[in-house]
Design a protein around this ligand. Structure first.
Ligand code: SF4
Length: 209
């Protein structure tokens, strides 16, 4: 599993300001207006709280901005998920029908290099993105009426490359795992047993059962 377990989090080193947890964040989650529409897609307080802890050092990356700039068309994966794109079995197509697969593969390599150079302990990525999505993504173009939207299991292209290189990845909605990480970073943190990760929410369980 690419999401770190409680045991894996507990086995991590004790993080201090001198040896901080090194986190790679999707730049939009860190507040950068790098989305397709030039926004950050809203605020994600848990991620901001994490990356601003004194014993956390973060680096950020927007792989789509790297290859396509801001603003840009809406890309989605057709014919598979991010692993399939890496394997040449699926393509990244924009809502205008342009094939962005090559740019996505370059962007994934760029994000991986940032992760490796900075020796990150963890990546916190934006759910659902064709680049950064972790657990599930759109199945084909998302710019269709809501009742026609389809989803598929699997990560986006850049998340897939991070996972294949052994990097632990969570989304901003994996609240239970984020809570475990907060406990690791601050032993005084009180765990909240009511929190769930994305794969435990009713919508996910019902849609993919
Ligand atoms: S989800 Fe990833 S690719 Fe999309 S705007 Fe955020 S950082 Fe950029």
């Amino acid at each position: 599993m690419f999401i770190p377990s409680l045991e894996e989090i507990q086995a991590m080193p004790d993080f201090t300001p001198d040896r901080p947890m090194r986190v790679l964040a999707s730049a939009c989650l860190a507040g950068e207006p790098c989305g397709v529409d030039g926004t950050s897609y809203g605020e994600y307080p848990e991620v901001l709280k994490l990356i601003n802890l004194p014993n956390v050092k973060h680096v950020r990356s927007c792989p789509e901005q790297f290859s396509f700039g801001i603003p840009r068309r809406m890309p989605d994966i057709h014919g598979g998920n991010g692993f399939d794109v890496l394997d040449g079995k699926a393509r990244v197509i924009t809502d205008h029908g342009d094939d962005w697969t090559e740019g996505f593969l370059k962007a994934a390599q760029e994000m991986l290099q940032i992760a490796l150079v900075n020796k990150v302990d963890l990546a916190v990525l934006m759910n659902m993105s064709a680049a950064c999505g972790t657990l599930f993504i759109s199945d084909g173009c998302r710019m269709v009426p809501q009742e026609q939207r389809k989803y598929q299991k699997g990560p986006g292209v850049c998340a897939a490359l991070l996972i294949r290189n052994g990097i632990k990845v969570i989304s901003q909605r994996d609240y239970k795992t984020l809570d475990f990480i907060f406990k690791k970073l601050n032993p005084q943190h009180a765990l909240n047993p009511s929190l769930t990760d994305l794969h435990e929410i009713d919508w996910y369980l019902n849609y993919f059962r």
